[in-house]
Design a protein around this ligand. Structure first.
Ligand code: FAD
Ligand code: SF4
Length: 467
C-alpha cells in the first residue's frame, strides 16, 4: 500500500489540459504531462483496498494490477512498477491517452479516484525514455502461422501476445497505415500518431509482419494455421432522410480520417470544415472528436445534435458506484466550443428532419425537429418544433451497426442480430481455423476492451493450436 494517509494528504490532480486558446491552434497533444514527483505523490493516494474494484469487472477490462504498481511508483521503484504494469497491459501508451479510465470511476475513492491513467502513461513513457522498453524477440518459434486481419487495438494486442507465445504472425491491414481507429479515427490531439508508429516499429523488430493496403480474402490465406478477424465494427448508422448523398454530408470516421491524413501529411484536409457551419449528429465521444477537429480547422460554427435527453448531473439511484456513472460530461471538444462560441454546442432531444441542398447538390441547411418519447419508449417528432440551421458540413456520428457485409460474404459468415461475429458459446472461435476479436466480436466498444478481447482471443488460439 502507498502512504497510509496518502489520499488525505494529497489531492487528486490529473495531467492538466493545455488552455483552449493555445490548443485550438494546433492538433498537438491536449495534455501537459506532469513529472515524476507529481506522479509519485498521486500514486501514494492508492490505498490497496482489500477489494480493489479498480481491477474488477467494474473497473479495468485488462485487470491491470493497479494497487501493486501504484505502490511501487509511490516508492520510486519505477522500473519494477512498469514491469508489473506490463504483465497485463500490452500498450499503456494508448490507454494512457484515450482510456476513459473505468478503473478510476470504480475506485473506492469514487469521484476522487486515483489517477491511474496518468500514472500508467508516466510509467510507459519513462520506460521508453530510459531505454527499458526493448524488443522482446521470442527464443523459440512454434512453426505455426497466424494471420491477424485488421490492425486496430484488438489485432495489435492479439498479434503481440501470439508473437510472444512463439507463433509467426502476419497482420493484414487494408489501410495505408496500421493502427485501425487508433490511427484513423481518434484525432491526433487525443492520441499523437507518432506514439502508434513507435509501437508498430517495435512490434516489427519483434518479428511481426505488417502487410498494408491489402484487403484480406480467404483464397490468399491458405498457408495459415489460424485466421483472427479483427476488422472492427465499421458499418456506420445512417440517417433516414433524403439527400444523404449530397456534397458536404460525411460519416464521422471518413471526416476524421481525412483530418488525420492532413495533419500527418502536413497538408490541408480534403474535407476541411474551414469557414463552414458544421452540424454533428450524435452527442457521444465520436461527435465530440468531430467538434474538436472542426474547431481546429477554423469552422464558422459547430452544433451537435443528440436525440436522447441530457443525462443527469449526478448518479441516479439505479446507477450506483462502482458502475460507470452515466452522467453529463463536457468533453474537450465541447469545452473548446464553449470557449469559442460562448455556449454548449449540444442540442438534446433533436434530430435532422430534412437536408436542404443548393443548385449544385451541396448541403446548404438542415431542418431539425424536436423528439419526445411515447409511452411505449419510442421517439416521435414534435410537430411545430422545426428549426432551420445553416449547414455547410454535416457529420454523422450516430454510432456503428456492426461488421461489414463484404467481410461476412468473403468468409461465408453470418453475424448475430447486432451485427457481431460473436460465437454462441461466448468464445472467440467461429468455425474451422477462423476466430474473431475486438469490436467485430463485441460491437462498438473501447480501446481497452478491444485490447483485452484481442489478448483473450490470442490465448484461445494458442490452446487450440496445441490440441
Ligand atoms: C472517432 C472515434 C473515437 C474513439 N475514441 C475512443 C477513445 O477516446 N477511447 C476509447 O477507449 N475508445 C475510443 N473509440 C473506440 C475504439 O477506437 C474502438 O473500440 C477500437 O478501436 C476497436 O478496436 P478494433 O481493433 O476492434 O477495431 P478497429 O480499431 O476498428 O480496427 C479495425 C481495422 O481492421 C481493418 N480491416 C477491416 N476489414 C478488413 C479486411 N477485410 N482486410 C484488412 N483490413 C481490414 C480496418 O481498416 C481497421 O484498420 C473511438 C471510436 C471512434 C470511431
Ligand atoms: S487501461 Fe484504462 S481502465 Fe485499465 S488501468 Fe489503465 S486507465 Fe484504468
Amino acid at each position: 500500500m502507498g502512504s497510509t494517509t496518502g489520499f488525505l494528504d494529497t489531492m487528486r490532480i490529473e495531467n492538466p489540459f493545455r488552455c483552449e486558446e493555445e490548443r485550438l491552434n494546433d492538433f498537438e497533444d491536449l495534455h501537459i504531462p506532469q513529472g515524476g514527483e507529481a506522479r509519485h505523490a498521486q500514486a501514494s493516494r492508492c490505498m490497496n483496498c482489500g477489494v480493489p474494484f479498480c481491477q474488477s469487472d467494474f473497473g479495468c477490462p485488462l485487470h491491470n494490477l493497479i494497487p501493486e504498481w501504484n505502490d511501487l511508483l509511490y516508492r520510486g521503484q519505477e522500473r519494477e512498477a512498469l514491469r508489473r504494469l506490463l504483465r497485463t497491459a500490452p500498450f499503456p501508451e494508448f490507454t494512457g491517452h484515450v482510456c476513459p479510465a473505468l478503473c478510476e470511476k470504480a475506485c473506492n475513492l469514487e469521484n476522487d479516484g486515483v489517477t491511474n491513467r496518468d500514472n500508467e502513461l508516466y510509467l510507459i513513457e519513462t520506460g521508453f525514455e530510459k531505454g527499458w522498453i526493448q524488443p522482446r524477440i521470442p527464443a523459440i518459434r512454434s512453426g505455426k502461422r497466424i494471420a491477424v486481419i485488421g490492425s486496430g487495438p484488438s489485432g495489435l494486442a492479439a498479434a503481440d501476445l501470439l508473437n510472444q507465445l512463439g507463433h509467426e504472425v502476419t497482420v493484414i491491414e487494408r489501410a495505408d497505415r496500421p493502427g485501425g481507429l487508433l490511427m484513423y479515427g481518434i484525432p491526433n490531439m487525443k492520441l499523437p500518431k507518432e506514439i502508434v508508429e513507435r509501437r508498430i516499429r517495435l512490434m516489427e523488430t519483434e518479428g511481426i509482419r505488417f502487410v498494408l493496403n491489402t484487403e484480406a480474402v480467404p483464397e490468399e490465406l491458405q498457408g495459415y494455421d489460424a485466421l483472427l478477424l479483427c476488422g472492427g465494427s465499421r458499418r456506420p448508422r445512417s440517417l433516414n432522410v433524403e439527400h444523404m448523398d449530397a456534397q458536404g454530408v460525411m460519416f464521422a470516421v471518413d471526416y476524421l480520417t481525412a483530418a488525420t491524413r492532413a495533419v500527418t501529411g502536413k497538408k490541408t484536409s480534403d474535407a476541411s470544415a474551414k469557414d463552414l457551419h458544421v452540424v454533428v449528429v450524435g452527442g457521444g465521444d465520436t461527435g465530440n472528436d468531430c467538434v474538436g477537429t472542426a474547431l481546429r480547422q477554423g469552422c464558422a460554427s459547430v452544433t451537435q445534435l443528440e436525440m436522447m435527453p441530457a443525462p443527469p448531473e449526478d448518479r441516479t439511484p439505479n446507477n450506483p458506484w462502482p458502475e460507470w456513472p452515466r452522467v453529463l460530461r463536457t468533453d474537450y471538444g465541447q469545452t473548446e466550443a464553449i470557449f469559442r462560441q460562448g455556449g454548449d454546442p449540444r442540442i438534446y432531444e433533436t434530430t435532422v428532419k430534412q437536408i436542404l441542398t443548393d443548385e449544385w447538390g451541396h448541403i446548404s441547411a438542415l431542418e431539425t425537429v424536436r423528439l419526445q418519447r411515447t409511452p411505449d419508449g419510442k421517439f416521435e417528432q414534435v410537430s411545430g418544433s422545426e428549426q432551420t440551421l445553416p449547414c455547410g458540413l454535416l457529420l454523422i456520428a450516430a454510432g456503428f451497426i456492426g461488421c461489414e457485409e463484404k467481410t461476412l460474404d468473403r468468409f461465408a459468415l453470418k453475424a448475430d442480430g447486432r451485427g457481431r461475429l460473436l460465437p454462441e458459446d461466448g468464445s472467440h472461435h467461429l468455425t474451422g481455423r477462423l476466430f474473431s476479436a475486438g469490436d467485430m466480436r463485441t460491437g462498438q466498444s473501447l480501446v481497452v476492451r478491444a485490447l483485452a478481447d484481442g489478448r483473450n482471443a490470442a490465448r484461445e488460439i494458442d490452446i487450440w493450436l496445441k490440441q
